[in-house]
Write a protein that binds this ligand. Structure first.
Ligand code: NAD
Length: 348
């Protein structure tokens, strides 16, 4: 892999390789951009087939954080870290503490938080070596799990889509199909239930759907069926690439609005949705609640401020939809060009 070429192509500022023989830590921190402020983004702790795969993952995710932060009007740039999990990862605390020392070594230019494979408890280990970490449990002085807040942001985004298509933003009696009822999808289902929406849900983990079904009125269907339901809203809350050219012709929904990252397999998929008249709430706008939450914790804000900032997702998506309608281009293209314009201005 030609690392400098990859960095140039994606306009990345700094890539840090971290090795600690004592703990066995092998990690990579990518600081995509600090133009808007210090780079913030989660730390993954996963197995990778190769170093190239880990580098590609961290570069892609870090750039996406710059976009998410910029569109959410946060004074932060994008960053990400991956800890490469090995078969002999036994000293988890030692690995995380070593990682914390590397975070400290970049002097606040990168702030880390929870991501796939790491937990709020892990942030406590990291915090013993650096203060540039956020996403810790309430009992340890943090704001706790960001998932309910991410879900709340998704509800605001859904309402922005509903008012465009139906003339009012009520979720009452609207049908919503949720793909994946893990952290975000579960809380989303509870919020939608309170709004009197009609819910359909699926998960590959039967225990997750069983738990949800025991708490609220929801129709559970198989993961293979969820994307083909005739519904007002399809809400991807599980995986990347739910929206792709093979499935788009088969969608029977009016709106796609969910919490998952990287819902589109490529930018052109948003064009296809636009042509089909399916309104798409760009993922990195609608699911920014988690980022807003961890930034608030880092800045020592209260939950009241978080709720106020989350509600802004509604106006943000309404604006994107309105430009999309005026220019007759996809909501995703509108959002990407808004961010690119903002970044270009900073360069001038
Ligand atoms: P999670 O792992 O708790 O939940 C994902 C759920 O999807 C799991 O229950 C899993 O079993 C299920 N799933 C996997 N494949 C599936 C399939 N084919 N069909 C149906 N269900 C399937 O993760 P999460 O924290 O809820 O995050 C979900 C998505 O939202 C991810 O893309 C994540 O990156 C994104 N996201 C999460 C947050 C947050 O605050 N947690 C913030 C922003 C974005």
């Amino acid at each position: 892999m030609d690392i400098f070429r990859e960095m140039q192509n994606g306009d990345h500022e700094k890539l840090v390789f971290c090795n600690d023989n004592t703990s066995g830590l092998r990690a990579i921190i990518d600081i995509h951009s600090t133009k808007l402020g210090p780079a913030i983004g989660g730390c993954r702790f996963l197995e990778y087939h190769s170093e190239d795969e880990a580098i590609k993952d961290v570069l892609r995710l870090s750039k996406a954080m710059t976009y998410k932060s910029a569109v959410s009007e946060l004074a932060y740039g994008g960053g990400k870290a991956v800890i490469i999990k090995s078969n002999s990862c036994e000293d988890r605390d030692g690995i995380l503490r070593a990682f914390g020392r590397f975070v400290e070594s970049v002097n606040g230019r990168y702030i880390t938080t929870v991501d796939s494979g790491t937990s709020m408890a892990d942030m406590i280990s990291i915090r013993s070596e650096t203060r540039h970490v956020t996403g810790v449990p309430v009992e340890m002085g943090g704001l706790g799990d960001p998932s309910p807040i991410t879900a709340l942001g998704v509800v605001w985004g859904m309402k922005a889509c509903l008012i465009e298509l139906y003339g009012n933003n009520s979720l009452k009696n609207k049908t919503v199909a949720i793909q994946g009822v893990g952290n975000v999808g579960y809380h989303l289902a509870l919020l939608l239930h309170k709004e009197d929406a009609k819910l359909i849900a699926s998960d590959v983990d039967a225990e997750k759907t069983r738990r949800l079904g025991s708490e609220i009125d929801v129709k559970i269907i198989s993961p293979e069926q969820i994307c083909y339901q005739e519904v007002d809203i399809l809400s991807p809350c599980a995986l990347a690439n739910t929206v792709n050219e093979d499935i788009i012709p088969h969608f029977k929904c009016n709106i796609i609005a969910g919490g998952a990252n990287n819902q589109l397999s490529k930018e052109e998929d948003a064009d296809l949705l636009h042509q089909r008249g399916i309104l798409y709430a760009p993922d990195y706008v609608i699911n920014a609640g988690g980022l807003i939450h961890v930034v608030a914790e880092y800045e020592g804000m209260k939950m009241e401020n978080v709720y106020e900032n989350i509600s802004k997702i509604y106006q943000r998506i309404r604006k994107i939809i309105s430009v999309s309608r005026e220019k007759d281009i996809s909501t995703n293209r509108v959002t990407n060009s808004m961010v690119q314009e903002k970044m270009n201005k900073l360069r001038e």
